[in-house]
Ligand binder design. Structure first.
Ligand SMILES: *Cc1c(COP(=O)(O)O)cnc(C)c1O
Length: 363
């Protein structure tokens, strides 16, 4: 167990042993015990974002991209139009998904190091009355940039359009309060800030919006209206559920509550980020983003310009010391990323910094 690597990646990430232990049994997917586990899962997901009174939780088998694709297919109907606010790879992926689904879609773009600007969104919505839905990536994991959730949601609500939020790398850590911020659908997955294992995506969807979406999806398995109706009928998943992943996610959600909810988790991640950034700065590294727009989720560092570091060798040397980092995903600059999320704290980052120092020392 102690030989397991520390995953400094934005999911899959380092999970708590209790979360992994929760998977050590078999469940019958149609058995009352598993139906109860599914009900607990759906209830706890809503509670994380205060959505119990207005939204319904619809989990779906697959990774995060599956829930994004299912949500676009289900919620943006034929004849409707999606505007994607894009400042990174995950925004661009939504554009590609919508196009592939045959939906009318347009992108409003910003450079990767600039947050979305609500004023420009307001302007675009005034200029194009055909837009029915607007999608934002809360934390763009491409760089780790934080986009302005409340301000953008307010602009979209003001214009009378539906707001879709890809909260994949923020849900469970950065506050999303559905009683205060108008969001038609929040999309996230099991293996990021909730600290579960991979295999489930989920959407928290305003009940009235989902009820009106029957028959929209051109896909059978990626139909969130049908998936929701399935849970409503008998509490069961329509198709084989990843039972162990559900069990791990329920355990992870219990642990989130015990930790003190998203505010406490955010504080731990912030301490992780602060420890990491202070140490990396001391070792001569530069953060790609301005600190003012940096979320405490994942840090992008520039590759030193002097060429003394080559990613593959750096990766292998850290991996040999038990730390798995993440390649960069920028279109403009050479970089690497270090995740601050997972069941890890300051001690792991201090050990990581000693390992980085050792690797640099060996040139
Ligand atoms: C991780 C992530 C996704 C989904 O990616 P998968 O690899 O399919 O899990 C989508 N959007 C954002 C912002 C993400 O961080």
């Amino acid at each position: 167990m102690s030989d397991d690597p520390i995953l400094l990646t934005p999911g899959p990430l380092t999970t708590h042993p209790d979360t992994r232990r929760a998977m050590l049994r078999d469940w019958g997917s149609r058995d009352p015990a598993f139906i109860a586990l599914t009900a607990e899962l759906r209830k706890r997901l809503l509670r994380v974002a205060n959505g119990e009174a207005t939204h319904v939780a619809v989990p779906l088998q697959g990774s995060g991209t599956f829930i994004v694709e299912a949500a676009i297919a289900t919620l943006v109907g034929p004849g409707q139009k999606l505007l994607v606010l894009a400042n990174g790879a995950y925004g661009e992926r939504m554009v590609a998904i919508a196009r592939r689904m045959g939906r009318d879609v347009e992108a409003l773009r910003w450079p990767e190091d600039r947050p979305v600007e609500p004023a420009r969104v307001a302007e675009a919505l005034r200029a194009d009355p055909a837009v029915t839905h607007v999608a934002l990536v809360h934390c763009e994991t491409t760089t780790g940039i934080l986009n302005p959730l409340a301000e953008t949601a307010a602009v979209v609500a003001e214009a009378g359009r539906h707001f879709l939020l890809d909260a994949m790398s923020s849900f469970g850590a950065l506050e999303i309060d559905l009683t205060a911020v108008p969001v038609a659908a929040v999309l996230a997955s099991s293996n990021k800030c909730l600290e579960g294992v991979p295999g489930i995506g989920f959407a928290l969807i305003e009940q009235a919006v989902l009820a009106a979406a029957e028959g929209n999806s051109p896909s059978t398995s990626l139909d969130l209206h049908a998936q929701w109706r399935g849970f409503g009928k008998d509490g069961q998943w329509r198709f084989t559920p990843p039972v162990q992943v559900v069990a791990a996610l329920v355990e992870a959600l219990r642990r989130l509550e015990a930790e003190g909810g998203p505010a406490a988790r955010r504080a731990r991640y912030q301490e992780n980020f602060d420890t990491l950034w202070a140490g990396m700065r001391r070792l001569g590294f530069e953060l790609y983003l301005d600190e003012a727009v940096q979320a405490p989720i994942i840090a992008t560092f520039r590759m030193p310009a002097d060429g003394r570091l080559e990613f593959r060798r750096f990766y292998d040397a850290l991996a040999a010391r038990g730390f798995l980092i993440y390649p960069g995903k920028l279109t403009q600059a050479e970089s690497f990323r270090i995740g601050c999320i997972g069941a890890i704290g300051r001690a792991e980052f201090e050990r990581l910094l000693r390992a980085v120092e050792e690797v640099l020392g060996k040139g």
